[in-house]
Design a protein around this ligand. Structure first.
Ligand SMILES: Cc1cc2nc3c(=O)[nH]c(=O)nc-3n(C[C@H](O)[C@H](O)[C@H](O)COP(=O)(O)O)c2cc1C
Length: 197
């Protein structure tokens, strides 16, 4: 098992979504290592409601061709220079993991499965962060494009809920503040009237 550098709390509070990667490659071996740990995410009925399509190293280079086609508008019309600029959002990362969830026909199960896969994604993000690798959960509209789905081998009844980018980075962005606890929590049975008395 990989030596853990951060406490759980440290990993949670220091993780940032990385939107500016520095172009350094991701070692393909880390992908299965991270996923092996991340699958300990909670999931109802032990349905393991996820499958992952990952690309790093040479496979990421191949994936870039697909991302160019679906993720850059009018890519055929762009100059080489403009295309390179537009592609930076993909080429600067070193790997991607697409998280695919079955769309259960039962609404409760579908919601549970989406929730479970979200916890898997956060596990991946935290485990990557612990290794000094940045991630960003992305949901570009092309994830639902039938032609893109076909290229990725996604079947009817499945949904890609995340393109998780992984990459190295020079600096983490500043935290985006969250709402204060007082604003988001009410305590059952607690009544401001009681406090005033
Ligand atoms: C469901 C979901 C979808 C997201 N989609 C995108 C996206 O398409 N593009 C993007 O730049 N960030 C996306 N993000 C990342 C958020 O923008 C990011 O988590 C937010 O800015 C908070 O930053 P932090 O994670 O560093 O705290 C997504 C996050 C979630 C949870």
């Amino acid at each position: 098992m990989n030596e853990q550098a951060l406490s759980v709390r440290e990993a949670i509070v220091t993780r940032r979504s990385i939107k500016n990667f520095n172009g350094q490659p991701i070692e393909p071996e880390i992908i299965p290592e991270i996923i092996e740990d991340a699958v300990w995410a909670p999931n109802h009925g032990n349905r393991n409601p996820w499958r992952l399509i990952a690309a790093a190293g040479e496979q990421y280079d191949e994936l870039l061709e697909v991302l160019k086609e679906f993720g850059v508008a009018n890519w055929k019309q762009l100059s080489d220079e403009d295309l390179e600029k537009q592609m930076k959002k993909f080429t600067s990362a070193g790997a991607a993991i697409f998280v695919v969830v079955p769309e259960d026909s039962r609404q409760k199960e579908r919601l549970e499965d989406f929730a479970a896969a979200s916890t898997l994604i956060q596990n991946i993000q935290l485990l990557a962060w612990d290794r000094g690798v940045g991630t960003c959960w992305k949901t570009p509209p092309f994830l639902d494009n039938p032609k893109f789905r076909e290229r990725m081998g996604v079947q009817a009844g499945e949904r890609i809920i995340s393109m998780l980018q992984l990459g190295h980075f020079d600096a983490a962005p500043k935290a985006t503040p969250r709402k204060p606890v007082d604003e988001i929590v009410t305590y059952f049975g607690h009544n401001e009237q009681d406090e005033a008395e």
